[in-house]
Design a protein around this ligand. Structure first.
Ligand SMILES: [Zn+2]
Length: 345
């Protein structure tokens, strides 16, 4: 119906017969009802779209995911089990500490702001046309849905903005660090560029003392780091080097995947400084890999159950950047290549 109306309007004003292409960024408002899902939210997917990134922004203490998602062929991809999704979302996030919603779409449930990037496997394709989605939550209330659909233009450059959140931490931006981060991403045909390093002294965030599973909360110390640089105009991904993280944590991504939206409290990754350059580079690449697209090859829930990533060519225990190693597989490279954070040279 809407298409017919647009055609009539175009004819009436004597313009070209071709309607303008739909916008590649949308901001839509909807609300989650008492049954735990929103109404259908329709959106136009332009031809030649690299990926669809859906960011749902809601209440800080509510869990969000997609209750339905369809591309231009209108085929629903989530297939949520019957009943309100809230209890199952809380169980996997809070008790199992995995945050993976049952259904056919691999998605990471998230507190406050949820992000999904499609496609995340090489056998998935973006189909242009009118798609739709529904937001699922354990709480009712309004949400804002941002949809980013960048052009499939071969963009493969990932700029990194390095921030040293410390008075004393050594500058991580050494040639050895840069060349190793560059080498790790080159495996996925991603060209990393460095926008330089900026020191941010005198904050109360030099030592991050809280950490939560499966991911950080909007009220965590880590999620306050992006606010330090929310006014910067830089493109690319923000990397925050801090003096301390909780024991055993070398770095953390503020999203897996994270929202590619500057100003979000989840925009960026955090790395503990002080490691030798090669290890600092490996941690940085691992966390940036999370932020763009990648899961651990295998996660283990509190129950002991294991949760593999959604890719077919990764192997638990093998040398891989998303375990303790450095290699990336072709399917991981594909997932990274879909990120809306990538720009053309
Ligand atoms: Zn990790």
């Amino acid at each position: 119906m809407r298409r017919a109306l647009i055609c009539l309007l175009v004819l009436a004003c004597g313009c070209s017969e071709d309607a303008p292409p739909p916008p590649r960024e949308l901001v839509l408002e909807t609300a989650v009802g008492a049954e735990g899902v929103s109404a259908d939210v329709a959106f136009e997917i332009p031809e030649g779209t690299r990926s669809i990134t859906i960011v749902v922004q809601g209440a800080d203490d509510a869990l969000y995911a997609l209750g339905a998602f369809a591309l231009g062929d209108q085929a629903e991809l989530v297939h949520l089990p019957a009943g309100a999704p809230g209890p199952a979302m809380q169980m996997t996030y809070e008790q199992e500490q995995i945050g993976q919603l049952a259904g056919d779409l691999y998605q990471s449930i998230r507190l406050g702001t949820f992000t999904h990037v499609y496609p995340y496997r090489p056998d998935q394709n973006v189909i242009a046309g009118t798609g739709f989605l529904r937001v699922a939550s354990n709480r009712s209330g309004p949400v804002t849905v941002r949809i980013l659909m960048p052009e499939d233009d071969g963009a493969n450059v990932l700029p990194l903005n390095l921030y040293v959140v410390s008075d004393t931490l050594a500058d991580p931006n050494t040639p050895e660090f840069r060349s190793e981060v560059t080498r790790l991403f080159a495996q996925a045909n991603v060209v990393v560029t460095f926008n330089g390093v900026e020191r941010i002294p005198g904050t109360a965030l030099e030592r991050i003392t809280d950490f939560s599973e499966p991911q950080e909360a909007p009220t965590s110390m880590s999620a306050m780091l992006p606010g330090l640089v929310a006014d910067r105009m830089a493109t690319g991904l923000d990397i925050f080097f801090v003096e301390g993280l909780p024991a055993g944590v070398g770095g953390l991504a503020l999203g897996t995947p994270g929202p590619p939206i500057r100003g979000s409290y989840y925009f960026g990754v955090v790395v503990r400084g002080g490691f030798p350059a090669a290890e600092l580079a490996r941690i940085t690449a691992h966390e940036a890999g999370h932020f763009l697209a990648l899961q651990h090859v295998l996660n283990r829930g509190i129950s002991g159950r294991t949760y593999p990533d959604p890719l077919d060519d990764t192997t638990p225990g093998a040398d891989n950047l998303m375990e303790g190693g450095t290699l990336l597989t072709p399917h991981q490279a594909f997932a990274l290549s879909r990120s809306a954070l990538l720009i053309t040279p």
